[in-house]
Design a protein around this ligand. Sequence first.
Ligand code: KG4
Ligand code: ZN
Length: 372
Amino acid sequence: MTGAVTVLGIESSCDDTAAAVVRRDRSGTVRILASVVLGQDGLHDAYGGIVPEIAARAHAEKLDMAVEQALATARLDLADMDAIAVTAGPGLIGGVLSGVMCAKGLAAGSGKPLIGVNHLAGHALTPRMTDSARYPYLVLLASGGHCQFIAVAGPDAFRRLGGTIDDAPGEAFDKVARMLGLGFPGGPAIEDDARAGDPERFRFPRPLLDRDGMDMSFSGLKTAVLRARDKVLAETGDTLTQDDRHDLAACFQQAVAETLAEKSRRACLNFRSSLPERPSGMGRPLFAIAGGVAANGVVRTMLADVSTECGFRFVAPPPQYCTDNAAMIAWAGIELFAAGRRDELNLVARPRWPLDEDPPSGRKPGRPAARA
Ligand code: KG4
Ligand code: ZN
């Protein structure tokens, strides 16, 4: 291990404005010195979803504050940073641009290196920051915009094994929450309601389990919940009791968790078969989860069980590092910095950026992605 590396991370690809300071010291110990997340609660409520223009403006207003708070909490100055890492995509382009512009300004003003980070790489590398995961490992990234199994072999070496063919599970949580009259983001609200619900009352589909492979689909499940809700409404004369809501939430959550669990089993077996013969003493291979949906307790428990059954070590980062944050961007920055990556001040903000594509230092234009 070389000297200590300290990086300021900036994240603004969706609706959280975040800044963080992370240090890897000489011995390899990771310290999250500050992680500030300024949400946009309330700003989008009237619109039933995130309005990109409102999000971008809010990022532009709050980024300086987030950076100042992060540096103050860490008791450090910009001059103490080795680099400035920023989410350069994928995401809502206005928000990504706000972050990239802010980072460029800081880098130009301080003379510090700038590093553009793929938001998905931030999620995928989180298990290394929180649990010292060793390469190679398998990660399920399940968030509001993404769902994929990724074999991670290095800070810039990702192989996608499978993923959703339509909606992301977080998106399904958000839409079902709206159907049930719950707030945004839907995941925590559904999880809360589901605690008091009967997960057996409605039988929702477990999509694509009848098909081989690791691809997933959540759009039909969402429609099944809508139909069940409408049936209850028709039977009861347009009222959804609290019990009905709890049961619908519990059955939906169960269907998502079971689907992720079965697909994870397949992904673990597939990943293990791709590994060279492991000498005894090398320990078990590792399966980790990341992204907002990984904050869900039922999902975490089921995937932990699958990992054990498949002979994997399981890592679920603390929930605040599963949902969007800038510590994961700073950490990815530390790894990329150590690998020699530096970006120029003409770093591009990218709305789409599939993980297994070349990094922007390779400067390949984005090929159209299924869902990145
Ligand atoms: O990773 P993230 O913060 O942002 C994206 O990159 O998308 O994920 C946000 C998503 C939202 O859809 C939210 O409803 C979901 O993660 N989420 C959850 C939970 N907490 C957040 N889903 C299920 N259970 C949770 N506890
Ligand atoms: Zn995310």
